[in-house]
Ligand binder design. Sequence first.
Ligand SMILES: C[S@@+](CC[C@H](N)C(=O)[O-])C[C@H]1O[C@@H](n2cnc3c(N)ncnc32)[C@H](O)[C@@H]1O
Length: 250
Amino acid sequence: MRLADWQDRYLLQATWTKNLRNYILAQVGARAEDSILDVGCGTGALFGDYEQRHLSATGMDVDFQRCEWAASNSAQTRVVNGNAFSLPFAADSFKLTACHYLLLWLKNPELAIKEMRRVTSPGGWVIAFAEPDYEARIDHPDIFRQIGRFQNHSLEFQGVNLSTGRQLGAIFHQSALESVRIGLLAGQWMEPNTETFSAEWDMIAYDLGGMVPIAEILELKQKAEKAWLSGLGTVFIPTFYAYGQVPSNL
Ligand SMILES: C[S@@+](CC[C@H](N)C(=O)[O-])C[C@H]1O[C@@H](n2cnc3c(N)ncnc32)[C@H](O)[C@@H]1O
């Protein structure tokens, strides 16, 4: 997939979690000028939010091309190429350290959270804004169940841990963080329309590509779109969030 398509995917995901991110940033008392590290920032889909809030943001990603893209999209956010398992920052460097749809891609999410805790200053917060649990997905009726099964196979093949969402609580509680809060992104569905169907279908089609013949993907699309636009479809992927505070030095 081209980088521009990844950017579209990340921007779409960011719209789903916008209210949740506002809620969490309010809960942790984020204020203008606070420093925030966005680990696994991708193409910088969240940078606009940080700028609006006047946060002093740094994005970091292991993928150099995504870093370049993110840097070229924002004059205000510093972008660093690095690995979540060994963050290239000194201890206590940031007031807030966050990730968004990152941990599901990692073999060792515990280590990433441990690193995020290390670089967060005492009294600061470590935040996982959104981590889905594909294993617990709800797809209805059959056409969506079939697509859901294909998508999960594909994501697993790409290296995703399908049950990261449900593990988030344990990961945070075992990371020596205080005041840990865990929750779920709520769902609300507007009138089904072609625009939202198409945007989400593009993501699904990418996941299905290589696993399902093109002709079958097109057939699935036709059936799914018809069911979706008639209001018959329910697709829900429980998406967890967590945040916890680094203990203050007394
Ligand atoms: C699903 S994308 C999410 C991007 C961004 N957080 C967003 O929500 O738009 C996951 C990102 O994590 C990055 N990533 C994967 N493994 C990583 C690692 N070990 N260290 C840092 N970034 C990593 C990928 O390169 C990718 O950009």
